[in-house]
Design a protein around this ligand. Sequence first.
Ligand SMILES: C[S@@+](CC[C@H](N)C(=O)[O-])C[C@H]1O[C@@H](n2cnc3c(N)ncnc32)[C@H](O)[C@@H]1O
Length: 332
Amino acid sequence: MSAIFEQVLVHPSQFPDRVYQDYLVSFSGKQINHKFHYDSVKQSQKWLKIHQEYSPSRTNEDCVDAYEKCFQKTAEILDKSRNLQLIGLGSGGGTKDSLLLSHLSNQQPDLVYYPLDVSLSLAIISAQKARSSFPELCVQPIVCDLLHADDLMLQIHKKNEQEIRIITFFGMIPNFPPQQIFPILNNFLTEGDLLLLSGNLSPGSDYVQGIEKIMPQYDNELTKDWLITVLEDVGVNRENGKIKFGIKDDEQNPNLKRVNANFELNNDISFKLDEQLIEWKSGEKIGLFFSYRYTTAKLKEILSSYGINILNYWEAANQEEGVYLCQKESKE
Ligand SMILES: C[S@@+](CC[C@H](N)C(=O)[O-])C[C@H]1O[C@@H](n2cnc3c(N)ncnc32)[C@H](O)[C@@H]1O
């Protein structure tokens, strides 16, 4: 049956008052929360275009192959007699989740797909993509901010104890500090659940040189045009400063580095958000974006500190991306 309405569940973490608070904090704290880069239809369309142009998962056959192999393996190890939930955390355009579904959809008896994103636009795009390939599939899009949703997995009810969960977390770990995101991810997992995640890696044997090599995937006009949109919305534009990319240490773990983008102001600027006056001074840096780059060894170490085992992994031949099939350790 083709539905006229798209039914989307909205978690309280994305209710307007909460979002507006996060918005104010972004501007008063001079660090833009990443979720505000995907918020509007305009931004999500710009991001999808960048993704298509620069993401190895779209431009590199060998990287697509790494995902294929991971999905094949996942389908092999699943118990076919049990119901299955696929929860795509930060599903974006949903391309990877749909590829995974193509390996699962005809063998699991009862499968429900929950594409979840902070962006309404992207959650719906993921849902529509899955539905267009698998018209019989049960799909329930969710809008949610993972950083404020401790109760999320309780809200996504399991039909019974036997139901298996696959949680995907593709392209997500780069956009959060590890000390913020891994405890949250760990909290979402229960014993036996499968976690499929991908990491943007630093290729080669020299970690810093590897990051320098992939820098053009970020430091380019399309990306700058996407990142400045959030500032243009409050009246700040390219005449007021420049977007500069660099490599920065993680504050708590100097062995881990990230690609960092700041907007460096070349004049004083002030604007009002609601009743709050925001004043930025010439020379100040506004944190716009970052992307952590891992290696498989670094990722393994962090995951194992949370009791999450990598069962198998596949790196693209150019080592720019890795796909990891993981499971939470049992307590006994
Ligand atoms: C780099 S994209 C990855 C998209 C997709 N998984 C992929 O691999 O193509 C990051 C996604 O995370 C979403 N996102 C960002 N912050 C989020 C948050 N706090 N909670 C939930 N989703 C978030 C964005 O809207 C975007 O779709």
